[in-house]
Design a protein around this ligand. Sequence first.
Ligand code: ASP
Length: 321
Amino acid sequence: MNRSTKASASGREALARAENSRGLVLVHGGAGTNAFELQEAAVAGTRRAAALGLARLVELGDSEDACVEAVIAAVRSLEDDPAFNAGRGACMTALGEFEVDAGIMRSRDRQTGAVASVRELANACELARAVMERSDHALLVGDGAQRFGEACGVGRFGRELLWTDKAQQRFEQARSGQTPIDNRADTVGAIAMDRRGHLCALGSTGGVLFKLPGRVGDTPLIGAGFYADATLGAALGTGVGEAIMGRVGCYELLRRAASGVGVQAAAEQLCQEIHRDTGAAVGFIAVGRDGTVGMAHCSAHMSWALAREGHEITGALTVDP
Ligand code: ASP
C-alpha cells in the first residue's frame, strides 16, 4: 500500500472536499480487515468501479434508469474482481460452498429486488435487478432464485466462476482453526445519483467466511443492508450483518440524517453505536437527497471511492479512525 493512499485515512475530509453537485457514484469495497496483499487491489478496484459507474451514468443522460445502470456497471466490475468478497472471490460457507446475496433499490418508485443464499451465482447484482424489474416479488432465495434466474436467462452459475485460491486458503485456515474467523472485508456496493436526483443503491456479497449454510446477512435485506428513497437519500451497510440487521442500519442512518444531522454525522454515530453495543466491525456509505456524501466505519479497514461529474475520482483504503 503506498503511503499517499493510506495518508488519506480520513475519508471524511476527501469526501467533504467534493461539491454537492449531482451526478455521482459512491462505491465501497467492504468494512473489516483487508489482507495486506489485497489492499492495493481494493483501492484500484473501487476506483475503477466508481469510474465505470459514472461513465455509464453520463452516457445514459436523462434516461429513467441511468442510476440503476450505473450501480450495475460499478458492482459488476467489483463482482468480477477476485480481490473482493462478491462474485469471483466470494468466501465459502462452513461446507466449502458458495452462497451469495445481493439487494438493489431505486428511489423513483421505491422498487426493490434482492436474492439471498443463492448457490454458485457469479453476478448476483444482475439477478437482484431482475427480481426488481421482472418479478412481482422483492426477495427470492435459494433454489427458487436460481430457477427464476434460469427462466429469465439472467445470472451465470458455476462453482468455477466463483472459486479463487484466496477463498480456498481462507476456508482451509478457518476449518483447521489456524486463524480466527474474523470478519474479512471485501463485500461490495455502489450508490448512484443522477442529475435529477434519482438514487439507486446496490450491494453484493459472499457473506461471512465459514457461515452456516443458509445464513443470510444484511446485504439483501431492505432497510438493513440497503435503502434508497427520494425523501431520505440512499445508504449501504457492510460488515457483520447480524449487528446491522438489529438496527435496520441503512434506514436508521437515513432517518437520522434527514432529521438534521446530515449523512456523514449520522453514519459516524450509527457505526459507533453498533460497534459499542456489539463489538462488530461495521461500515456505511450514504448519499443525502441533496447529493452530500457520507462514509464511516468501525473496522480495521474500509475501501471506498467517489466519482462525481466534473471532479477527480477520490478513493482510499481508510484505517480505523
Ligand atoms: N454485511 C455482509 C454480511 O453480513 C458482509 C460484509 O459486508 O462484509 O453478509
